[in-house]
Design a protein around this ligand. Structure first.
Ligand code: MF3
Ligand code: CO
Length: 290
């Protein structure tokens, strides 16, 4: 950890003297570290100005998903959703983070039924009555990143699928309840896992959430297998996503070889995902995007 002199500017970029800014905070971090706790690097702790900018980005992300919510329905293609996202993002003066990200070809991910995540929009995918679909939107505004996703039920959906969508949302809410400063990432993970399993579902292991804000994907990696009291220490100024993928059947998944992106459930049973973006505050947590 880089520690400035007490009268030097703080590492967080606040322009305050270190002694009046993060000095006591760093002492506390070092104490945890000496006990063997995994502590966050300074790099992923955001200052007030960065948080303000990230919130602006998140507002666009939310507005895009609100638009999708109003217009999605039977007969809509996932390619149309991609066009909506591209257009609204551009109108807002922002850039879709997924486009060209590691070669990803579209502006949004649209994952239908047994598609777990990273579904690639296509003219060939026409949403029909009974489908459940995740629309995952990520926005860059002035270099600041936001990321959230929602599930949509298309027309009448079977009670089984409705329950999967509902319980997955509850998993995120249960996880969120555990996010607090000087708690552990594993507190959140276990709450998500326990709720999924209590309802007879499984949790995807290989893919998780992530720190976000100054980059698309920052530390920490956010899985849902961790135990309470373990994992990275949560401190004010951290921002990360909670985005569990919950499967109706087995947790196993595979990647579609033909597009290299779409993740499917191994057993072909449906999967659901909701994603929120959370800021750890001095007193608890604030949801920045949903
Ligand atoms: N929101 C997804 C994530 O958590 C978006 C992936 S974008 C893709 O990372 F380009 F990788 F598909
Ligand atoms: Co994400």
């Amino acid at each position: 950890m880089e520690i400035p002199e007490r009268n030097q500017p703080c590492w967080c970029g606040s322009n305050k003297k270190y002694k009046k800014c993060h000095a006591a905070f760093d002492e506390k971090l070092k104490l945890y570290e000496s006990k063997g706790v995994l502590i966050p690097s300074h790099q992923i702790i955001k200052n007030q100005e960065q948080i303000r900018k990230i919130k602006e980005s998140a507002k666009i992300n939310i507005a895009i998903l609100d638009y999708v919510a109003e217009h999605i329905g039977p007969g809509v293609t996932t390619q149309q959703i991609d066009q909506w996202v591209a257009r609204i993002t551009e109108e807002a003066g922002a850039v879709p983070a997924p486009l060209h990200y590691e070669g990803y070809p579209k502006s949004v991910c649209t994952s239908v039924n047994e598609q777990v995540c990273h579904g690639v929009p296509s003219d060939d995918v026409v949403l029909k009555e009974g489908d459940i679909v995740n629309v995952d939107v990520s926005t860059i505004l002035d270099g600041y990143f936001s990321d959230s996703s929602r599930m949509f039920c298309i027309g009448e959906v079977s009670p089984e699928k409705q329950r999967l969508v509902q319980v997955t949302k509850e998993c995120v809410e249960k996880g969120l309840e555990k996010v607090r400063p000087w708690g552990f990432l594993g507190d959140m993970s276990q709450a998500v896992y326990d709720h999924a399993h209590a309802n007879g579902y499984s949790v995807v292991r290989e893919i998780g959430g992530h720190g976000v804000g100054l980059e698309f994907h920052e530390d920490p990696w956010v899985g849902y297998i961790g135990k309470a009291g373990t994992g990275m220490l949560l401190v004010p100024g951290m921002i990360f996503t909670i985005e569990p993928m919950i499967n109706m059947g087995s947790h196993e998944i595979f990647v579609d070889d033909s597009d290299g992106w779409t993740i499917y459930t191994e057993d072909g049973l449906p999967s659901a995902q909701w994603e929120i973006m959370v800021l750890v505050t001095e007193t608890g947590a604030e949801v920045l995007a949903w």
